[in-house]
Design a protein around this ligand. Structure first.
Ligand SMILES: [Zn+2]
Length: 403
């Protein structure tokens, strides 16, 4: 009887523990889920977007293929190459987001696994403790308990208690199996995430190689254009024409804006448009092309040493009057600072402002690049005062002559 009552007490005690356990178990699960915001569906959305980009790319490719006659279509080809480069840059950003997503999910899964493993250890410990208790009390076998029954009513009562204990033991075993299954499923998911992340990383390497090759091709095209001035005189004239039309439009727009706002300009007051380079690779003014009668007039300065990743800053506060792409300037932004006073930033990889935006001095307008008629990454920078271009070098203290 002593044994029995002890067992009964033990059984009750463990049952209480089991209930507590179930409560704790139910509480622990949602903790991990609220930790981070990234979900698998975020990554799936990125993948859908990547499919759209791939479609855009093949469309551009087929257009490029139809422009077989390079000589006649060098500018048109350059525009398409810029579009292709822009799509590749988007692809790279997308893949980087995917990788970041996988890494966030992996970190979350690792945390959850750690919790699950702790849980498993606890449940296993409980199971062992329970087994030990049974061994210590000589009740390791349910049959032994039954055989020790004093009479039939004792047997029935023992049977009921054993049922309780058996149910409890079954519960402990089930919870152990359950947590093991959860751990294994999570480990499989973790492996899947790792494989997907690896695949994305490999894709990223390939996309970056693609980007380099596309930039090289686009730049080589402009080298070809600029180094054969006589051969491409018509297309170069087209470039100059476009730049002049843009300049006319700029003056009109800034005058109109100034009239609307009663806004007059004060001369000067510009900062450098980039903070990391002081190298001027091409000055303002006439450029000797080496071919008589074919000298071109440079309307701004070229700032080199900027690569494809330098922020381009508004050199003076104002309002963005143009944020666009043109075959000559590529991605360019014009900021008006008052009547007849504007600054222009050209050949950028990307623009981060829109027409009508108010910008403070030093605000980021975009990122340097080599779009449009450009044979390598640089910032083409122009200043217009009183409706005419002036030499920006007057306003670029500490410049380094690199032409
Ligand atoms: Zn230039």
């Amino acid at each position: 009887m002593k044994k029995f009552s002890f067992l009964k007490r033990m059984g009750r005690c463990l049952l209480v523990l089991a209930v507590l356990f179930a409560l704790v178990g139910a509480d622990a699960a949602p903790l991990a889920e609220t930790a981070e915001a990234v979900t698998q569906s975020d990554i799936d959305a990125l993948k859908d977007n990547a499919d759209d980009l791939a479609d855009q790319k093949s469309e551009i490719k087929s257009q490029l293929a139809s422009l077989r006659d390079e000589k006649a279509n060098i500018l048109a080809k350059r525009v398409l190459l810029d579009q292709q480069i822009a799509v590749t840059e988007k692809e790279i950003a997308n893949t980087e987001d995917q990788i970041a997503g996988y890494e966030a999910l992996l970190a979350q899964t690792a945390l959850e696994l750690e919790e699950n493993q702790k849980e498993e250890e606890e449940r296993y410990e409980l199971f062992c403790k329970r087994t030990r208790v049974m061994e210590e009390n000589g009740t390791a076998s349910y049959w032994a308990v039954l055989f020790n029954a004093e009479d039939f009513s004792d047997l029935l009562s023992r049977l009921a208690d054993i049922q309780e204990v058996m149910d409890y033991d079954q519960g402990v075993l089930d919870s152990l199996r359950e947590i093991r299954a959860e751990i294994e499923a999570k480990q499989a998911y973790q492996q899947q995430l790792k494989d997907d992340a690896e695949a994305s990383k490999a894709a990223l390497v390939a996309q970056k190689e693609d980007l380099d090759a596309q930039r090289e091709e686009a730049n080589a095209l402009v080298v070809q254009l600029e180094s054969n001035v006589a051969e491409y005189s018509e297309q170069l004239a087209q470039v100059e024409e476009e730049e002049e039309a843009i300049q006319k439009e700029i003056v009109e727009k800034t005058n109109q804006l100034a009239a609307e706002m009663g806004w007059n300009a004060t001369a000067g007051g510009y900062i450098w448009p980039v903070t990391t380079s002081r190298r001027i690779t091409s000055p303002y003014g006439p450029r000797n092309t080496g071919i008589p009668g074919a000298s071109t007039n440079h309307k701004g300065v070229d700032i080199g040493g900027v690569g494809y990743t330098t922020n381009v800053l508004a050199t003076k506060a104002g309002i963005v009057i143009t944020s666009a792409y043109s075959s000559s300037y590529g991605n360019y932004v014009v900021v008006s600072h008052g009547k007849g006073n504007t600054t222009l930033y050209a050949h950028m990889s990307s623009r981060s402002v829109s027409e009508g935006d108010t910008v403070a001095q030093g605000d980021v307008l975009g990122v340097t690049g080599s779009t449009g008629v450009s044979s390598g990454p640089h910032l083409h920078y122009e200043i217009t005062e009183n409706g005419s271009r002036v030499n920006p070098l007057n306003y670029l203290p500490g410049y380094v002559q690199a032409w």
